[in-house]
Design a protein around this ligand. Structure first.
Ligand SMILES: *Cc1c(COP(=O)(O)O)cnc(C)c1O
Length: 423
């Protein structure tokens, strides 16, 4: 074995972005929604814009269906991208929609989602939101003791039964996750130690007004390690089984969470679905014996939509400052906070970026793609090797279908808003 410390060892290869080969290239231009990028930009009418490609959304759902057991239901967590047209499109492809507010609930219902397959989660549900959820007949993932009497009262007043599941804050963490949302002290869910208390309350006070359906566990987000995801799914399943057995309650709904990540940064690789499929198949098999009434659900946001979207911004100036090239674009962090580095990430990394009308050209020039805002944080690519680009060219930020427009400070600095198109 050689090590890098050995004399004469070759330098370690710099990590690179995985190829963004989900999009075709025609005549040197990126193809989005079947259109060459310059044609799409002309159709949209102005830049910047986000474009989400229907064929890629459809392909992603098909890929998941092929890799995972058919008994596992796929829910779209719409906070990843709440554009109404996209939610309506997704509602036709997946088995259910997970919403995190009454506002999202409205979009999901408008989109034609079946209320039987809609669930509402979130740590601070206001009384009117809980009431709306009961009236809509959607499942509420209860995250606090406070919610139970509110739901019971709403159900009594409206004359319907409130459908409830308990969101459990487990006693383990999802390893290797970009964002942990379970394990340890959390504002999400009910600590597993307290769950029996809530189950007892439902049994005692819930007669005729609360219908207990099962459990929801969500340990974290943006995970690229299949083995960590499998481990979290196994532990979640076992925890739910233990809680259900102790309470002697039949479980009809078991949401094992999601957390499937997509490659954003140099060195990231695409998640391998095969081991996750095998793991879920084993859990489906166990559930058939141990929780025969339960249907298993996984909920995914970014994995469904992230790779299907691009952010497109036109270069309005090209400046050279003390030898460094700056491509100044008409869009930036105000539309795409995540790509800029979220108001100053500790170690900022570049999303994959290309010049979408020069896809054939070699990336020979280190350049920084910046936006029009008066802050150095408005940076979409930091000294990245790009084809030589100039005013009028279309810069593309890939992996932009999730957590883009809706999670960015669009009023910051008073520039025009972006448009979103589904193509
Ligand atoms: C945010 C969230 C999701 C979606 O996370 P992704 O990383 O986009 O897949 C799913 N479930 C819950 C409860 C969430 O809060």
């Amino acid at each position: 074995m050689t090590t890098n410390l050995a004399a004469g060892a070759p330098p370690v290869a710099r990590p690179v972005h995985v190829p963004m080969d989900q999009f075709a290239v025609r005549d040197g231009e990126l193809v989005v929604g079947g259109m060459k990028l310059t044609t799409l930009a002309a159709r949209v009418g102005h830049t910047p814009f986000f474009a989400y490609d229907r064929s890629l959304l459809r392909a992603r759902v098909a890929e998941l269906r092929a890799a995972l057991p058919t008994a596992v239901k796929l829910h779209y967590a719409m906070k990843a991208n709440p554009m109404p047209a996209l939610v309506a499109f997704m509602a036709g492809l997946v088995d259910g929609i997970d919403v995190a507010s009454a506002g999202e609930l409205k979009v999901a219902l408008d989109a034609g989602a079946d209320p039987a397959e809609v669930s509402l989660a979130g740590p601070g549900k206001r009384d009117p939101e809980l009431r709306q959820a009961v009236a809509a007949g959607v499942l509420v993932n209860v995250e606090s003791m406070r919610e139970l009497p509110v739901l019971a009262t709403a159900a009594r007043e409206i004359g319907l039964v409130a459908r409830v599941a308990l969101r459990v804050n487990p006693d383990f963490e999802l390893k290797g996750s970009g964002m942990k949302m379970g394990g340890g002290p959390k504002q999400f869910g009910v600590d597993v130690e307290v769950v029996p208390e809530l189950l007892a309350w439902i049994a005692r006070e819930g007669h005729g007004v609360l219908s207990f359906e099962g459990f929801h566990l969500f340990s974290g987000s943006q995970n690229l390690k299949a083995e960590s995801i499998c481990e979290a799914q196994r532990k979640s399943y076992e925890l739910a089984l233990r809680l259900a057995t102790d309470a002697q309650l039949p479980v009809r709904f078991l949401n094992l969470g999601g957390g499937f990540g997509i490659p954003y940064f140099p060195g990231d690789v695409r998640l391998d679905l095969a081991p996750i499929g095998a793991n879920l198949a084993a859990l489906v098999e166990r559930a058939r014996r141990e929780m025969p009434k339960a249907h298993l659900v996984i909920e995914l946001g970014r994995y469904f939509v992230g790779e299907a979207g691009v952010y497109v911004t036109r270069i309005v100036d090209r400046k050279v400052s003390r030898g460094q090239v700056f491509l100044v674009a008409d869009g930036g962090m105000h539309h795409h906070l995540a790509a800029s580095g979220n108001f100053g990430q500790v170690v900022r990394k570049n999303y994959p970026v290309a010049i979408g009308n020069r896809m054939g050209a070699a990336a020979t020039e280190p350049a920084s793609l910046v936006g029009p805002l008066c802050t150095p944080l408005d940076l979409l690519a930091d000294r990245m090797a790009l084809p030589v680009a100039d005013v009028g060219d279309l810069a593309v930020v890939f992996q932009s279908g999730a957590y883009g427009a809706s999670s960015s400070p669009r009023d910051f600095l008073g520039h025009p808003d972006c448009v979103e198109v589904l193509v």
